[in-house]
Design a protein around this ligand. Sequence first.
Ligand code: GCB
Length: 597
Amino acid sequence: FVDNIHNGDYKRNYRIPVIQEETLIFPGGRRTQSLNGEWNFSVDQYDNCLRAKWFLEQEINDEGRSVPLDYAFDDWEKIKVPGVWNLAKPEYFYYEGPAVYSRRFSLEEENKGRVFLQFGAVSYEARIFLNGTFLGIHKGGSTPFSLEITAHLKAENRLIVVADNTRRKEQIPSENTDWFLYGGIYRDVSLLFVPNVYIKNMKAGLVNRETGAIEVKALIESDKKLTDHTLTFLIPELNIEETFSVNEDGTFTKVVHAQNLSLWSPENPKRYDVILTLKEKGEVKDEVTDVIGFRTIETRNRKILLNGRPVFLRGACLHEETEDHGKAVTKEDIREAFQRAKKMNCNFLRLAHYPHTQWVSEIADEEGILLWEEIPVYWWIDFSNPQTLSDARNQLSELISRDFNRASVIIWSVGNENPDTDDRYHFMKYLAETAKEKDPSRLISAACLVDSVNLRIADRLESHLDVIGFNEYYGWYDPDYEKLTEILNGSKPEKPVIISEFGADGYRTDNKTGKNVRGSEQEQEEIYKKQVEMFGKTEYIQGTAPWILYDYRTPKRLGAYQKGYNIKGLVTADRKREKPAFAVMKKFYEEVRENEG
Ligand code: GCB
């Protein structure tokens, strides 16, 4: 086995094609076939599937040698997709590395067009094999991807995914994080069927509140010139039905005008059915649908304006995790988190520190929660590595592409607490510019660190952001509150500021003295009281997001007190008990809301 034993660079065969944002297909209204369910599974710490080419399923390999039946995939144990392997068996809990997923499938219906394979997310690298052929690799553990499989389909198919969540220096995030990097195919997998000429994407958003102007963009993919094709844009409830011709190259940008549009907001999360139909000489060829809310978001001086009116973001930070499901959260888990946030009088959530499932923004649209979405450019990243930058750009692009039509999403964040170096500045400036270029309709931010020498809110990146996110832990990591007073009073930001993190550990204290011992829930409560008092006095602060709604798992904190958890939650990890600081936030937000009238 040359490749298996002698070849140190066995991965060279599995490096390209790289699956990127360009191949994403708009999913709404499509015919799909779910590939969720029981898959065969094995951890593969030494990458034998790739080295020994198990995916070929050869009994006699190319060198004429007999291959042990390691690849007898159907006899392997079963695992649930979507799901994280860490919770499937105790011995997989801390497993980090490659693992092999395999399943068979056949098409449920006859197909005449093109077929794509679509993944909600796989952590972190996913190598895809269909019927013995390597089809591509996707990098990035929390964004969707799709790839065409039309030419490789048979009556009976074998699909293999090698999912590898190894932490690597050059990845995003890099090796060091403060959350649990679960492994596996942890979001939906499906086949997506489209006709030969099809609508690849559709974006619609309100561009002018006064005139009700809605801009619609679409891209039609076709192997021929589009001379006889038209697109009909329909919002039945608004009596909008307009037909336009498509440019020969498949691009399409048009503005339609809505009268009596009911604007989306947390108080009125109104959404409309939207339909885009592709016709050739009047005959329907393809159709996509979505449910979209229309609103505007902008800044003026130090205010954030939603539909032209100042809004204070009453938020909380949220990780994508529950004790039972890990990262593979369910819709019920999401609704439960929203209910808890609403109970705290929130209108906003910061989705830390990576793209959460698309269900979050869909449900937020429905329930009226504003969102900050982020890519995991977290702490130190290999900022001088062009490949890392290109991967970060791709994660950002996939996220924007996926959630462009979600009214709830108001902020794209390009990172969190990154050391202020020249390399970091150029890296993140480029990402901020990319986000603006791909989506001029939303605000760009990043969670920045304070200038701790001069005690000022000052980050070189600020000039490329619409809203300054600022993380601070005065009272906790730095016990000196005077510094926070100095920072908040001494800074003169020209833009709105969101306190994108603050907080303190809060583990239950059974100590009889009743004193605020370090790390107790009582101390946490005191810190929160002092923090919100400062925020209330600072005119340019336009939102706050305490760290964090729920306690959560992190292999970074395995000591005696934290026991594998970050315990800064306002609610315990089992989601059952609110700590005293929860009531402090609830009261603060109630007051903010009353002051807003
Ligand atoms: C931070 C990070 C967050 C950590 C938190 C903490 O500043 O942004 O990811 O988990 O502090 O608890 O230290």
